[in-house]
Design a protein around this ligand. Structure first.
Ligand code: SAH
Ligand code: SF4
Length: 397
């Protein structure tokens, strides 16, 4: 097994033939897509399903990157695969380890872009915070990523590749024949890195399907949390097509304040958002929606805010947990973190109303890996918002 190989080819659609100067990456393809590319490159149709099953297991269960190691395939077939295909994931540029064990990776993806991936170890689990876009089209005023305009959506290969990269680094691919380890270092995924995952829906969905596939990485859908700023029309699709847990960047209790903090609120306001959350078909007591609420001194942190927040959630009868996030400062940030006493008082009001109100422990702050601090060190030339949105095929709020 080799470690991360450099990406030489960017699979956006299903390639039919060998692209000039590069091989076709099998990473990130759905089973159907993989079947199609195998067939269009010489695999017999009758055998294709079985071959997909075999190759899939090598890639996602055992972490193999070299076709020659796929010992249940004939030598000739392995050589044929190697000529046309590759198993490529993002390349790690730098890795920083925080005093608290948090690891921040800067990885390079096709086109020379960079995104950040953060691994957060805890006693009973380990969470990988994954990015879905380079930059973000949205401009939440407290978020560092929001100051970096969107460069592009990540492909499914680049999204699942972040997880494969982390498993390489943690040396967590199982060894054939060894018993299955139930206590994984990398047990949870949060889509809380750079970008708005619901503006890159198809690629995020395909990558998460791969993460959940029982013949591969096999993470339960309950161990994946997608965080959105509130792209209302895509919330129902998330339940139907991904089925993971949902977190909402709520952050304000009046439209007036939310319009400023989370400007997508001007497109879909608090009531429209709450209605979509109430309808999230998968909600049940065991699948509460997480309301993320960043604590900004003097902006959204009064007792009245806490009461209003509870009223909203009660009015729509949403099974909820409220995750209070102490604001993480970044250079030039226009806000300050609420005091610890204020955060505790706010948490207490919520708790008294019958909702869990954990205060998120800040992790990896010394290496700028905490929530909202992510931003590629090297930014590409800036384009106009309109041009960026057009190129990415995105509907701007
Ligand atoms: N775009 C998605 C996911 C990425 S942001 C979203 O907005 O939900 C992940 C979480 O970090 C969000 O709740 C976001 O609001 C929060 N966040 C952003 N900047 C922050 C900062 N400076 N301090 C604390 N949390 C922040
Ligand atoms: Fe984008 Fe989320 Fe940051 Fe808002 S909080 S700018 S949606 S990454």
């Amino acid at each position: 097994m080799s470690t991360s190989a450099p990406i030489t080819q960017d699979v956006m659609t299903i390639p039919r033939k060998l692209p000039e100067g590069g091989k076709i990456n099998l990473v990130g393809l759905t089973r159907d897509q993989m079947r199609e590319v195998l067939i269009s490159n010489g695999t017999k149709e009758k055998q294709a399903k079985m071959r997909v099953g075999q190759i899939w297991q090598w890639i996602y269960q055992w972490g193999v990157r070299d076709f020659h190691e796929m010992t249940n395939l004939s030598k000739a077939y392995r050589a044929e695969l190697d000529e046309v295909f590759e198993i490529a994931i993002p390349e790690v540029i730098t890795k920083q380890v925080s005093e608290d064990g948090t690891r921040k990776y800067l990885v390079r993806i096709a086109g020379g872009h960079e995104v950040e991936v953060v691994y957060i170890p805890e006693d009973d689990r380990g969470t990988l915070c994954i990015s879905s876009q380079v930059g973000c089209t949205l401009t939440c005023s407290f978020c560092h990523t929001g100051t970096q305009k969107l460069v592009r959506n990540l492909t499914a290969a680049e999204i699942i590749g972040q997880l494969m990269m982390a498993r390489d680094d943690l040396e967590e691919w199982p060894v054939p024949g060894a018993p299955k380890d139930e206590t994984r270092l990398l047990s949870n995924i949060v889509l809380m890195g750079m970008g708005e995952p619901l503006y890159n829906f198809d690629n995020v969905r395909d990558a998460m399907k791969i993460a959940m596939d029982p013949e591969g990485i096999s993470l339960s859908r309950r161990r994946i949390t997608l965080s959105t700023s509130g792209v209302v029309p895509e919330i129902a699709r998330t339940a139907e097509e991904i089925g993971c847990l949902l977190a909402i960047s709520f952050h304000a209790t009046t439209n007036e304040t939310r319009d400023v903090l989370v400007p997508i609120n001007k497109r879909w306001n608090i009531d429209e958002l709450l209605q979509a959350l109430a309808d999230y078909p998968k909600v049940s007591n065991s699948e509460r929606i997480t309301f993320e609420y960043v604590m900004l001194d003097g902006v959204n942190d009064t007792d009245e805010d806490a009461h209003r927040l509870i009223d909203h959630i009660k009015r729509y009868n949403i099974p909820a947990k409220i995750n209070l996030i102490p604001f993480n400062e970044w250079p030039g940030a226009p806000y300050k973190r609420s005091s610890n006493n204020r955060i505790r008082a706010f948490a207490n009001i919520i708790y008294q109303a019958g909702y869990a109100s954990p205060i998120r422990k800040t992790r990896g702050e010394d290496i700028m890996a905490a929530c909202g601090q992510l931003k590629s060190a090297t930014e590409r030339a800036r384009k106009s918002r309109k041009q960026i949105a057009e190129e990415a095929g995105l509907s701007q709020p």
